[in-house]
Design a protein around this ligand. Sequence first.
Ligand SMILES: [Mg+2]
Length: 115
Amino acid sequence: MNIYPDFYLDSVLNITPKFCEENKIKGLILDIDNTLIDIDKKMLEGAKDWHKSIVESGVKTIILSNSNKKEKVSKVAENLEIKDYITFARKPSKSGFIKAKERLRVKRKRNRICR
Ligand SMILES: [Mg+2]
């Protein structure tokens, strides 16, 4: 079974607490490259404040990265105060998403995918 997007957003920053509430999103499984880090490998401006607002609204977060560079992934997690991360995820394989969902400890009604 494949996973298909429900939403296409220009930036992860467009996933607001309001958006999560309206769409009953309790947890976010976050990518790093071209998501939290831009094409020049720089942290997205405003990402830290964005993450803080998401967590404060009660939405849980985890990074799911295909990167095998644990140091890189842990650094991004630390900078953004994201509590958990998974490296070498082998996306688009579903196994990493299942693992991330378990770690988030949110009850799943259905998956919603944002690209
Ligand atoms: Mg990416």
